[in-house]
Design a protein. Structure first.
Length: 118
């Protein structure tokens, strides 16, 4: 069973940056390479929404509000996926979830809190 574990959340001031990390533990590299990887977020009182998705073809799709500010990348050898967030604003406050989808199904991390506040 694939397990996703996020880290890197915290409190950041408006205009600041933060990088989230997610490790796909219990995954062998060959399986990790078959996964579409991405991030979702859920703000208080709102539905979970897509942040961005990096496909196995190397194509990354972002939600419109995050284009140009957020960047998803991965390291296959380390089985890690990252979310670099720049120019953060209070509307980005949410719990951020790592997500993976592949031949064996869809998987979610437990989430990490990001709070943007002065």
């Amino acid at each position: 069973q694939l397990q996703l574990v996020e880290s890197g959340g915290g409190l950041v001031q408006p205009g600041g940056s933060l990088r989230l990390s997610c490790v796909a533990s219990r995954a062998i590299t060959s399986v990790f390479n078959t996964l579409d990887l991405g991030w979702y977020r859920q703000a208080p009182g709102k539905q979970r929404e897509l942040v961005g998705l990096l496909t196995t073809d190397g194509i990354t799709n972002y939600a419109d509000s995050m284009k140009g500010r957020f960047t998803i990348s991965k390291n296959n050898a380390r089985k890690m996926v990252y979310l670099q967030m720049d120019s953060l604003n209070p509307e980005d406050t949410a719990v951020y979830f790592c997500y993976a989808h592949g031949p064996y199904g869809s998987f979610w991390g437990q989430g990490t809190q990001v709070t943007v506040s002065s």
